[in-house]
Unconditional design. Sequence first.
Length: 367
Amino acid sequence: MHPLHKLASAFAFGAALTYGASAVYKDTNRDGHVPADVRVEDAPLIVLEELFVTVDPYFCYRDEFSIGRIKDLAALTYTNRKPAFTCEELFAYDGIGGSAEFAKELLSMKDPAGDHLFLGQDIFAYKEAGGTVEYAKKFLSVTDSEGKNIFTGAQLTQLYSLNISVQEALTSKDTAKPDALFIYPASDNNPGLYGRYVSGVFRDANSIKFFNEMKKAYDLKVEVVSEENQFYAQLLSQTEFEYLLLAGHGRADSLDLSVRREEDEKLKIDIYDYELENYLQNLAPNAVIFLYSCSTGEGGDNAVNLANTLAKWAHGRKVIAPKEPLYTNRVAVNSFYPFDAALTDHETGKRDITYTVLFDQKSGLTD
């Protein structure tokens, strides 16, 4: 994938694309501000040879060799004529060999109201995971009794990576094995430095191996969610889950389910989600909760962190979480049932960063 930095050619893109010859260009930045060296008196459409122009000036840098591909991708829009890709998404998608034809196929999949089931960030992630148009069509053709789509493109990247079929996603196994609920985030490709997108950590080789090991030990129900209410709905199941895995990019007080440009509390699980206490009572009394994330046990016993908060709400059910950033190759399973694991530091793999806690209603936190 290619970082965004100053090169010979520059591009901006949006609902309308045009060429012209009167604007002066010297430099721009990625936060949407246009420097003094760019004349925009011809706004809303800015003009410059070899420069894509939008009503919302947002300039990206790219080498001249990819100009043809970038033109095709930048021309892709939603039905409301807004660009399908941000700068980061466009260049990341091009960097993994994504074609305009593949993106068009996914953008053509819409719900009954005409809204797109794939967004630009979903298309990038799905392509990066190796997803196919055929797999997407199978899932996005499934509707409920009201004719509404059950799945969206944001969910398919993780489901595809875990090799989950439509039938597995819709139904739960009922064998002699204990039941487990695995919750994965809909967003797992966050732009880093210069807008570079990294492969989703919850679908890397270590995470897939971990999932397959758990699948042998449990009847797994897998759900990919973007909002907390979607997670809560799974806890209303008739099944008494004995193991709950909550995956997501985390920090001491929260765990992300999805990422959008605007801040939205519904897109994460955090220490202020008091309503979660009632839902957790639907887990089996002996259930184990594993926070498959970074730093949700930071600070240990005396800290206000997500692990302690969930342990208090879970009424005697054990919570396992990392005290520091957790890497997928640093999870060693001690016991499949009941679930138990040792988490170690990234640098050496020898220092224990596991935080295990349960809350006794009478005496308080214990570990």
